[in-house]
Design a protein around this ligand. Structure first.
Ligand code: ATP
Ligand code: MG
Length: 362
């Protein structure tokens, strides 16, 4: 079209390890979108991570937060190494970033592509700000032994936010499969499954369940003709997800269950190297591959860039550009099916080979 292209300013935060290989891959793909998509990009580098902490004593510099808030519409975050034993003064920069930018939802789509994948087309929508992850822990002594405890906090407002995010995604999935029924095995109404353990935790998970239900009930009748609400206790959810993932559509869960379910679900489809996510708030989105910094393969040119490339597409979706996002997903899937893949998926192509192949398919 002849319309003036819209320019998006995107922060790039490689972080540690293979973050330095996969973030440039994501950037390259965005830059290679055809002109007809009407998007232009400006990229700005931002620091964060364990290496940065070792050099400067700060894991997430204030400049990074300010830069993102002031100048960018979205960002791509690579990975940060997380030391398994506590390092004084260090805490995860992505957790801090989620808080600072009010990214209250973590959205992780899991969709089968390869013949070896389990038939799956689901999205896990995980609450990102509270539950056990408020990190209010203490240790004390009772009768000569140490006892440790942690606060599990669930609030009405955070639960409303996450419920409405799940409903918005469910509606959008309903509409997109109406437009393209061949794109998925799912048919008819979208289903949101709320996952909890309210049979045991009647107050915390009980509140989560109740608020999701009442938010659902207040939607319009048009919405109710397109989206259905179901529920599943988290332990049987795990069982069912592995037995028959094809029956799930949108899953909404408090922070901890969502964390566990989403890493588990990644096992249904190939490798950690292909699973993408986004941290989403009302005014910002950060695309983030699910994997870590993979120190064992860092610097060797064999990191799988697909998770980051898909995260870039998911970021575009949340920024309101589903068309270029769909173009990226399609090119990625074609490359996977053609076997142009890195060693984690059994191939012997390099990161750069995979990126170039996807660029040529765009
Ligand atoms: P971190 O401390 O950053 O979490 P980690 O080693 O605990 O690092 P991951 O980085 O998630 O965790 O790696 C787990 C395994 O999966 C490693 O063997 C790694 O090489 C592999 N892996 C992760 N991401 C990729 C990728 N993008 N491409 C190829 N292999 C990957
Ligand atoms: Mg890890």
């Amino acid at each position: 079209s002849s319309a003036v292209p819209k320019t998006l300013k995107i922060g790039l935060i490689p972080g540690d390890g293979i973050g330095h290989e996969v973030i440039p891959a994501g950037r390259k793909i965005l830059e290679s979108l055809p002109a007809e998509d009407g998007l232009k990009f400006e990229f700005v580098h931002a620091d964060a991570g364990f290496d940065h902490f070792k050099q400067t004593g700060v894991a997430l510099p204030q400049e990074t937060i300010d830069l993102l808030k002031r100048e960018c519409q979205g960002a791509l975050f690579g990975a940060v190494s997380s030391p398994t034993t506590k390092v004084a003064g260090y805490s995860s920069p992505i957790v801090a970033l989620r808080k600072q930018l009010k990214l209250y939802a973590n959205v992780r789509p899991i969709k089968s592509v390869l013949p070896s994948d389990k038939l799956t087309d689901m999205v896990i929508v995980r609450e990102n700000t509270e539950d056990l992850y408020v990190k209010e822990e203490k240790t004390y002594e009772v009768d000569g032994e140490r006892v440790a405890e942690a606060i599990k906090r669930i609030s009405e407002s955070a639960t409303k936010n996450i419920a409405n995010m799940a409903f918005r995604i469910a509606l959008q999935r309903y509409n997109s499969r109406l437009a393209d029924p061949e794109s998925t095995h799912l048919k008819g109404k979208s289903i949101v499954t709320v996952t909890h353990k309210s049979n045991v935790l009647s107050q915390t998970d009980g509140l989560f369940r109740e608020v999701v239900r009442s938010e659902f009930d207040r939607q319009s009748s048009d919405f109710h003709s397109k989206v259905e609400l179901k529920e599943q206790i988290v332990d049987s959810m795990v069982y069912k997800m592995f037995r028959n993932s094809s029956e799930f559509d949108v899953v909404v869960a408090p922070n901890l269950y969502g964390d566990i379910l989403s890493d588990g679900a990644a096992a249904l489809v190939g490798s950690l190297g292909v699973v993408h996510s986004a941290n989403v708030g009302d005014s910002f989105v950060v695309g983030e591959p699910t994997h870590g910094s993979a120190p064992d393969i860092a610097g060797q040119g064999k990191a799988n860039p697909v998770a980051t490339i898909r995260s870039a597409a998911l970021m575009l979706e949340f920024l309101g550009y589903p068309k270029p996002a769909a173009r990226i997903y399609k090119a990625v899937n074609e490359g996977l099916l053609a076997g142009v893949v890195t060693p984690d998926l059994g191939g012997n192509y390099s990161t750069t080979d995979v990126v170039n192949d996807i660029v040529s398919r765009l």
